[in-house]
Design a protein around this ligand. Structure first.
Ligand code: BGN
Length: 293
C-alpha cells in the first residue's frame, strides 16, 4: 500500500547554493476567502511535487531541508487548502521540503504534543532534514518572505493571525508569550527541549508548556519582523473531539517537573510505556500521511 518514492535528484555537485534571499518572492499575498481553493492552487507548483509532498529545487542547492509537520484530525478540507498553499510558496522559497500530515485516530481526544513528537521522529527516519516546522492545519501564511527556515534559536513564525484580530488590527496575537500556530526548530533544539509534553488531551496548554521547556533549556523563541509573520486562519467550527481540557491549568503548573521525564524521549526510551503507535503511513500526492492511534 506504499506508493514507491520517486528519487529526488541529488546530483548537485556542479550547482551553486540557492541565494540567501530567494528572488521569486512577492511579499504580501492576497487570498480570496470566498474562493479559497482557487486562490491557493497553483498548477505549476503542484506539478513539480513528488509523491509524498516532496520537492527539491532543480537549479541550486537548497539552504534548508524542511520537514513541515501538521498535526490534525477531521480537517481534510483544511489540509487540502494548506498543502496547496505551502507547495506554491515553499517552492518560491527554494527549499527542499516534505509535508507530513499526522492524523490522530479516533476515539481519543486530540493530543497535539504526541502527534508533534511522533511526527518529528518519523520525519527523521524518512529523510535528512535540517529544520522541523510544527504547523497548525488552519494557518495560511500571508507573506511569502516568511521563510520556512530554522535559526540559531527556536523560531515562532507567527507575528499575527486573523484568529486574534483585535479592533483595527487585522493580525494579532492573544498574548505576548504565545508561541504557537507555526514554530520552527532544528533537531538539536527540539531534542534539547525534550519536545512536547504528551499529557495534554483536548484543547489548550501544550504550546504554553512547550514554551516553558524551551526557556528551561536555555533557549528563547524568536519571531520574524511584524509585517512578515502574518497568517490567515481558515474559519471553522469548534471540534467535538478537541474540547477544552479542564485539567490543563494544573498540568501546566507542573510543567517544569515533567520536562525530562516525558516528552520526545518517551518514544525513544518508552519511559511512559506510551501505547501510541503508527497505524498507517502513505505517500499521498501532496503530503505524507501518518495515522497515529
Ligand atoms: C491559551 C491556551 C493555549 C492556546 C492559546 C490561544 C491554555 C493553558 C492554560 C492557561 N493555553 O489560553 O493553548 O494556544 O490560549 O488560543 O489553555
Amino acid at each position: 500500500d506504499l506508493v514507491p518514492r520517486k528519487k529526488i535528484n541529488r546530483n548537485k555537485i556542479s550547482l551553486e547554493p540557492c541565494p540567501i534571499a530567494p528572488p521569486g518572492l512577492v511579499g504580501k499575498l492576497t487570498i480570496n476567502v470566498q474562493n479559497i481553493i482557487k486562490s491557493v492552487t497553483n498548477d505549476d507548483s503542484l506539478k513539480r511535487v513528488v509523491y509524498g509532498g516532496r520537492y527539491s529545487p532543480e537549479d541550486c542547492i537548497p539552504r534548508e531541508r524542511t520537514a513541515v509537520i501538521i498535526p490534525y484530525r477531521d480537517r481534510e478540507d483544511h489540509l487540502d487548502i494548506l498543502t496547496r498553499h505551502l507547495h506554491n510558496i515553499l517552492q518560491r522559497q527554494q527549499l527542499e521540503y516534505q509535508i507530513f500530515a499526522i492524523e490522530m485516530a479516533l476515539p481519543t481526544q486530540f493530543n497535539r504534543g504526541i502527534l508533534a513528537n511522533i511526527g518529528v521522529l518519523i520525519a527523521k527516519e524518512t529523510g535528512d532534514f535540517s529544520c522541523f516546522i510544527i504547523h497548525d492545519v488552519d494557518a495560511l501564511m500571508m507573506n511569502d518572505k516568511n521563510l520556512y527556515r530554522c535559526g540559531s534559536q527556536p523560531r515562532h513564525l507567527v507575528t499575527g493571525s486573523t484568529k486574534y484580530r483585535s479592533g483595527n488590527n487585522e493580525y494579532g496575537l492573544p498574548y505576548d508569550s504565545y508561541m504557537s500556530g507555526v514554530i520552527a526548530l532544528t533537531d538539536s533544539q527540539y531534542t534539547k527541549a525534550n519536545g512536547f509534553s504528551n499529557v495534554y488531551f483536548g484543547w489548550g496548554g501544550e504550546d504554553d508548556d512547550f514554551n516553558i521547556r524551551v526557556q528551561r533549556a536555555n533557549m528563547k523563541f524568536e519571531r520574524p519582523e511584524k509585517d512578515i509573520g502574518i497568517y490567515l486562519a481558515i474559519p471553522h467550527d469548534t471540534d467535538s473531539t478537541n474540547q477544552k481540557n479542564p485539567a490543563r491549568f494544573g498540568i501546566l503548573d507542573a510543567a517544569a517537573g515533567r520536562q525530562w521525564i516525558e516528552g520526545v524521549n518517551s518514544f525513544i526510551n518508552n519511559q511512559l510505556k506510551i501505547k501510541y503507535k503508527r497505524y498507517a503511513l502513505e505517500y499521498r500526492k501532496y503530503y505524507t500521511w501518518l495515522l497515529i492511534g
